[in-house]
Design a protein around this ligand. Structure first.
Ligand code: HEM
Length: 378
């Protein structure tokens, strides 16, 4: 009988490294087509392994994204959940960096070596990576935002069971949705005597009036140059004006220039401006991590497109696209959190920031959860 077990209980078998990791399955899952067809192509092994490494890491990325969406699904997202979510996002960021590097390993294969087996793979393509598409959907890539190279939905090129999984993943709550709802609930936009938007509006007006004065009184500028600079300043004024007028914001949103709801955008701005307050550190790090993730996928897409160019030149892809031309177009188009990138437009120097009333500063020093329970701001 084992020391702590009940009579008759069979002790678990000692864990064995290769059993635990299912290496029997993992290491027998590389089956080059060139071997099967007796057309030896040395580099196909590398091609398979680099794809499989990507798929394994996509699996881990999804595992982390699921956890983050779950954390943000709660009505009250406390600081611990934000901290854990930031940790998950930082992990994804490191994985993405590793994936970008992994493409370099594949680039040790030359395009002539690739030609030894490329034709054997048609019509399969990375385009059919289910996990890659689910990652995009889980992040919140909107379905009408996707570029189509043949007019059809991306999932038309998948087998029926995968197609169903992809359609289901489009319907699940995405990280974008969860973050938007969380931002909408962020307190402090209006807090007792403090009206964030009003205070910020005054600060922006002061800053722009000063900028205008600097242009007008600059003796180095010719009247034409002054006119031009004042025109630019007017453009900046119009850009800020969108934030001060909900209707104008909604109009910009309809045109696809903004995606976050008005309230979510203001909350994200507040977090960015007052990031130095202790309670906003983690929310700020969280928003920054979302930008990092978008940036890293943008970088991966760019690196992949460059690699494809050098591998197949101007040939079309095995999945039927125009190849690197199509891939280059995707680079910017499939970003999810563009609103967070655009926020920098609306930042003003710390020296111009409206001062927070002392009671808010005190509040912002407390734990989020305590404050929310205490005064009902959720
Ligand atoms: C020799 C290396 C590679 C070549 C020549 C290549 C080529 C292509 C091409 C031409 C496309 C556009 C669709 C098509 O017409 O097929 C594509 C899409 C794609 N490839 Fe690759 N690829 C390579 C390596 C990889 C690797 C290592 C991955 C990692 C999983 C990958 C993942 C993808 C994904 C996810 C797409 C879809 C992009 C999108 O539509 O958003 N590819 N690839």
């Amino acid at each position: 009988m084992p020391p702590n077990g009940s009579p008759g209980e069979v002790p678990p078998a000692p864990v064995y490294y290769s059993d635990y990791l299912r290496l029997d399955k993992l290491l027998s899952a590389q089956e080059p087509m060139s071997d099967k067809l007796g057309k030896k192509a040395h580099d196909e092994m590398l091609f398979i392994i680099v794809h499989q490494v990507h798929e394994l890491w996509f699996k881990q990325i999804l595992h982390e994204l699921d956890a983050v969406v779950d954390n943000f699904r709660a009505e009250t997202v406390d600081e611990r959940s934000i901290g854990k979510s930031v940790a998950s996002l930082r992990r994804i960021i490191e994985i993405q960096r590793s994936l970008i590097d992994t493409l370099r390993i594949l680039e040790t294969m030359t395009s002539l070596d690739f030609l030894d087996f490329r034709d054997l793979l048609s019509p399969a393509s990375g385009f059919q990576s289910v996990q890659f598409r689910v990652v995009e959907n889980r992040l919140g890539l909107a379905s009408d935002q996707r570029l189509r190279f043949d007019g059809a939905k991306y999932y038309s090129r998948f087998q029926p069971k995968d197609r169903e999984a992809l359609i289901a993943s489009e319907e699940e709550e995405s990280l974008f949705d969860a973050v938007e709802r969380w931002l909408e609930r962020t307190p402090f936009l209006k807090y007792e005597r403090f009206d964030f938007l009003l205070a910020y509006h005054h600060a922006v007006d002061r800053m722009l009036a000063r900028d205008e004065e600097i242009i007008r009184s600059n003796p180095m500028l010719t009247p034409e140059e002054k006119e031009k600079e004042l025109d630019h300043l007017e453009g900046t004024r119009r850009e800020f004006a969108i934030l001060f007028d909900e209707e104008a914001y909604e109009a910009a949103r309809k045109e696809g220039k903004k995606r976050f709801s008005y309230r979510a955008m203001l909350a994200a701005l507040l977090i960015n401006l007052y990031r130095d307050e202790p309670i906003l550190h983690e929310p700020f790090r969280f928003l920054e991590s979302l930008i990092d993730i978008d940036e890293n996928f943008t970088e991966w897409r760019h690196r992949h497109a460059i690699m494809v160019h050098r591998m197949i030149g101007a040939k079309i892809g095995t999945g039927g696209s125009s190849g690197h031309h199509y891939l280059h177009k995707l680079v910017e188009a499939h970003k999810v959190f563009t609103d967070l990138f655009d926020l920098s437009t609306y930042l003003i120097p710390r020296s111009e920031l409206p001062e927070l009333p002392p009671e808010i500063v005190r509040e912002l020093g407390f734990a989020y959860s305590l404050r929310q329970e205490g005064n009902g701001h959720a």
